[in-house]
Design a protein around this ligand. Structure first.
Ligand SMILES: NC(=O)C1=CN([C@@H]2O[C@H](COP(=O)(O)OP(=O)(O)OC[C@H]3O[C@@H](n4cnc5c(N)ncnc54)[C@H](OP(=O)(O)O)[C@@H]3O)[C@@H](O)[C@H]2O)C=CC1
Ligand SMILES: O=C1O[C@H](COP(=O)(O)O)[C@@H](O)[C@H](O)[C@H]1O
Length: 499
């Protein structure tokens, strides 16, 4: 998916360079790209924020953030190379006149990448400011962070504001899960292996589970999170994007629009969940105090700044049906939550049981084959299969045993680290490849589907079910599958083995 021909120097302008995302993810990712020699020699990085700083002060801020968040000792050579690219401009992003200050810091003859690591409420102001200082040409790319809006209506407003000045071909909407190696591997796994390509439908698959569990709480982001909830924060974007990659038809090519067209079709085929079926198809929960990894943690309502009467969900489980030929009758169960026992994201494909049992009474229910795609941590792929236990036996039937074919990425591949999703995505923007970014119609279709569930929850006026921090969510989440004689896959996460 990398287009080498597009590898050219650019002016990478980071709006919101002092914010949390920039500090924790974007600046360390630029550092890693530098370390891997993946930044063009001529590329510049221009931080934009509203405080006045001398460039030297900004450089020190960047250095301390990289030291703090890159998770490794600073490599002096890499740092010196990155430092030489850094520049800083102070702009009040709501003031259109301020954008003139970019003059002299960016080169109009080069590609400019504007990364908006700011609240979405000022995306429109930034686009207008860039327009009014006459800086936009067709080579300018604008990167938008999620969430784009709070619902379909507000997302349309933001998309319209950006579209006033930019063509869709210039807009890169981030969903960082699309930059994760293992999420990308879903495409390779499905379409580069005939064993899966031919067995990937309602004839062979019983159901699919997608779990994105987090052990963290809301990490001091009460203001943002309480307004969003886990449905907007995780399901509307990350989980639905994973689902589309698992469920989409083969794209004709790996071009951005071929992939995005297929993902959109899946989103359009999602069966509506509304007041008529919301109780049967959804579970939502809110954590109470408990223990995560042996540490006592407060409940959601006892987090700093909490509003004690909040009904915001921190856990969501859904039964999702895709009304198309391939997936007729195959439920996709999705779950995601904060303060669960561990951080683990997995896609589990449960294949159908054998139609007839040859193996005697002890195997009256042969367990189905399972394909477990571990997205994080201990990235890898595992298939459970039944094998004959070797050896002679006096019985006429065979003894069978469930075993695993296990591919661990850390053992199979020589890379000593898996790149962070943001490294991949920053690189793709600089290369001008939109395949790993979300198109406007996808975002809006996802909001349309999610809005209907949120509306049904509001109408029901029921509070989320409490679950103790450090458990796998409310009991009703177990019931969602149990009433269909199924159960959630119990993850057996092992720590990645260090080489
Ligand atoms: N943090 C995260 O982990 C994630 C964040 N995101 C998204 O990334 C974006 C940024 O989030 P995050 O970094 O957490 O937010 P922060 O609030 O930490 O950072 C936003 C930055 O924008 C600056 N800013 C806001 N208004 C103005 C203005 N008028 N003029 C100049 N600067 C301004 C702020 O400046 P100042 O410091 O002066 O207030 C701040 O540095 C959001 O869209 C968020 O939803 C998405 C996924 C994860
Ligand atoms: O976008 C978000 O994602 C993180 C989880 O991302 P991961 O890469 O650590 O799995 C989540 O914690 C955060 O609330 C959300 O805004």
């Amino acid at each position: 998916m990398v287009m080498d021909s597009a590898f050219e120097p650019c002016d990478f302008v980071l709006f919101g360079a002092k914010g949390d995302l920039s500090r924790r993810k974007l600046l360390p990712s630029l550092y890693q790209l530098e370390k891997a020699n993946l930044l063009h020699a001529g590329t510049k990085v221009i931080g934009v924020a509203r405080q006045e700083y001398a460039v030297e002060e900004f450089v020190e801020i960047v250095k301390s953030n990289i030291e703090k968040f890159s998770g490794e000792p600073l490599c002096e050579d890499t740092w010196e190379a990155l430092k030489a690219r850094l520049d800083y401009v102070c702009i009040d992003m709501k003031n259109p006149k301020d954008y003139k200050k970019l003059e002299g810091h960016v080169d109009p003859s080069r590609t400019m990448v504007c990364y908006l690591a700011t609240p979405p409420s000022i995306y429109g102001d930034i686009c207008r400011g860039l327009h009014e200082c006459d800086i936009i040409d067709e080579s300018l790319r604008v990167v938008l962070e999620k969430p784009i809006g709070h619902d379909l209506a507000s997302s349309k407003v933001i998309n319209d504001q950006v579209a006033e000045f930019f063509d869709e071909k210039q807009i890169y909407r981030i969903d960082h899960y699309l930059g994760k190696e293992t999420v990308l591997n879903l495409i390779a796994l499905r379409f580069a292996n005939s064993i899966f390509a031919t067995n990937w439908d309602h004839n062979c698959i019983d159901h699919v589970q997608i779990s994105v569990a987090e052990s963290v709480g809301i990490e001091g982001r009460w203001g943002y999170f309480d307004d969003a909830g886990q449905m907007r924060d995780m399901v509307q974007n990350h989980l639905l994007q994973i689902l589309t990659l698992v469920a989409m038809e083969p794209p004709t090519t790996l071009d951005a629009d071929s992939i995005r067209d297929e993902k959109l079709k899946v989103l359009k085929a999602l069966r509506t969940i509304d007041s008529s079926n919301v109780n049967e198809m959804t579970v939502r929960g809110q954590y109470t105090g408990g223990f995560v990894k042996g540490e006592e943690v407060p409940g959601y309502l006892d987090e700093p700044d909490a509003n004690q009467s909040s009904r915001t969900e921190t856990f969501v489980a859904l039964k999702v049906l895709i009304d198309n030929w391939r997936w007729a009758g195959v439920p996709f169960y999705l779950r995601t939550g904060k303060r669960l026992p561990s951080k683990v994201s997995e896609v589990v494909i449960y294949f159908k049981r054998q139609p007839h049992n040859l193996f005697g009474e002890s195997f009256s229910t042969l367990p189905p084959n399972k394909l477990v795609i571990r997205l994080q941590p201990d990235e890898g792929v595992e298939i459970t299969v039944m094998n004959k236990v070797p050896g002679l036996t006096s019985k006429s039937s065979m003894d069978l045993q469930k075993s695993k074919l296990n591919l661990s990425f850390s053992e199979a591949f020589s890379e000593d680290r898996i790149a962070d999703a943001y490294e991949k995505l920053l690189l793709e923007v600089m290369l001008g490849n939109q395949a790993l970014f979300v198109r406007r119609d996808e975002v809006e279709q996802a909001w349309d589907w999610v809005d209907s569930i949120l509306q049904a929850w509001r109408t029901s006026n029921e509070p989320p079910e409490p679950y103790q921090a450090g458990t796998w969510g409310p009991v009703a989440s177990i019931g969602l599958l149990a009433r269909e004689n199924r159960s959630w896959y119990e993850s057996k996460i092992t720590k990645r083995k260090k080489k």
